[in-house]
Design a protein around this ligand. Structure first.
Ligand SMILES: Nc1ncnc2c1ncn2[C@@H]1O[C@H](COP(=O)(O)OP(=O)(O)OP(=O)(O)O)[C@@H](O)[C@H]1O
Length: 308
């Protein structure tokens, strides 16, 4: 379990994390989702005691990281997964880490096996690809068999097989009752991998909930409706409380009304319909809608096609 209360981090005049409070529960995969620069890595570093909060607090399994006697057994983390530049072999790198906690060589062999590093365990870590480095970082995080796992962008740089492996691994770990907290800037990835989402933008929590709840709350269902009298229909729908999200010739996209209500409004106004389709917002559109205005480096043209 991870609990943050009003957690804040300032770097000079820059507020990277602005008073976030959240809870990451055991037995679920919780996704920490946000655009670049949102504050994900900073939050994770504070959880791991690598950055000191400017305000607020965060605990892992009930205590701040630094107060755990044997932290590797409580929480394992993959942070800033750059290849470790070392002349040591992967096995020796893990053995050295294990030795700091009295973890036996048998456990090193187990995590090497679990992460599929068996064939390269004797090779120099300095020569590892990004994907192999990620696996090694995950192996290191799992050395102490921790109850809580924190993985910062764990699928970055992995090939499709590696991405599937990470998904399977985090699911397995959560099913064992562990707390799994992983970050990504990709909604599509989070939708497949996570049960629960914490969405962050510019250091603030934007929303939390299951993937389905986040989409429904943010975008709701949109109805596409085509009519040769689209102007009259648009007026009638707005009068009924609908919002015209876009209009392209005879095709309207309507939010705030169910398809049945759109059809009934058309009938009541004697408007002919040629098409009536409820459409669920895509995950990427939801993410763009959620974080619009919260991205640090914004392009001038919207790539999502959805007005926020
Ligand atoms: N050591 C630092 N000094 C100054 N500013 C920093 C420092 N570390 C992070 N920041 C700033 O804090 C903000 C949050 O950064 P952070 O790396 O936590 O975001 P992120 O969500 O992990 O982004 P990304 O997906 O790009 O890794 C950014 O504006 C970043 O430039």
């Amino acid at each position: 379990m991870i609990e943050a209360h009003d957690l804040t981090k300032r770097y000079g005049s820059k507020t990277a994390v602005a008073g976030v409070s959240f809870r990451v529960e055991p037995g679920t995969v919780t996704g920490f989702l946000g655009p670049n620069g949102a504050g994900k890595s900073t939050t994770m570093r504070m959880i791991m005691g690598l950055d000191r909060p400017s305000g607020g607090s965060v605990t892992v399994n009930g205590k701040p990281y630094a107060q755990h006697r044997a932290p590797l057994h409580e929480v394992g983390a993959l942070l800033e997964a750059k290849a470790v530049h070392t002349g040591r072999s992967a096995r020796n790198h893990l053995r050295a880490l294990a030795a700091t906690h009295g973890i036996p060589a048998k456990r090193v062999a187990e995590v090497i096996e679990m992460t599929g590093l068996g064939s390269v365990a004797g090779k120099r870590v300095g020569g590892f690809s990004l994907g192999m480095g990620q696996r090694l970082g995950i192996a290191a995080a799992m050395l102490g068999d921790p109850r809580t796992l924190i993985l910062d962008e764990p699928v970055n740089g992995l090939d499709p097989e590696g991405v599937r492996w990470v998904r399977g691994l985090v699911r397995h770990l959560a099913d064992q009752g562990r707390t799994v907290f992983l970050s990504s800037h990709l909604m599509s990835e989070m939708a497949i991998t996570a049960d629960h989402l914490i969405v962050i933008g510019r250091g603030r929590i934007i929303t939390t909930g299951s993937v389905r709840e986040v989409i429904d709350r943010t975008s709701g269902t949109t109805v596409s409706v085509r009519s040769p009298q689209s102007g009259a229909l648009a007026q009638a729908l707005v009068a009924k409380g609908g919002e015209i999200v876009s209009s392209d010739g005879d095709l309207l996209s309507v939010r705030g009304l169910e398809a049945a209500a759109v059809g009934e409004t058309a009938a009541a106004n004697g408007v002919v319909l040629h098409e009536l389709t409820p459409t669920q917002a895509s995950l990427e559109d939801t993410f763009m809608t959620l974080t619009a205005g919260d991205v640090e480096f914004q392009t001038t043209t919207s790539q999502s096609g959805v007005s926020a």
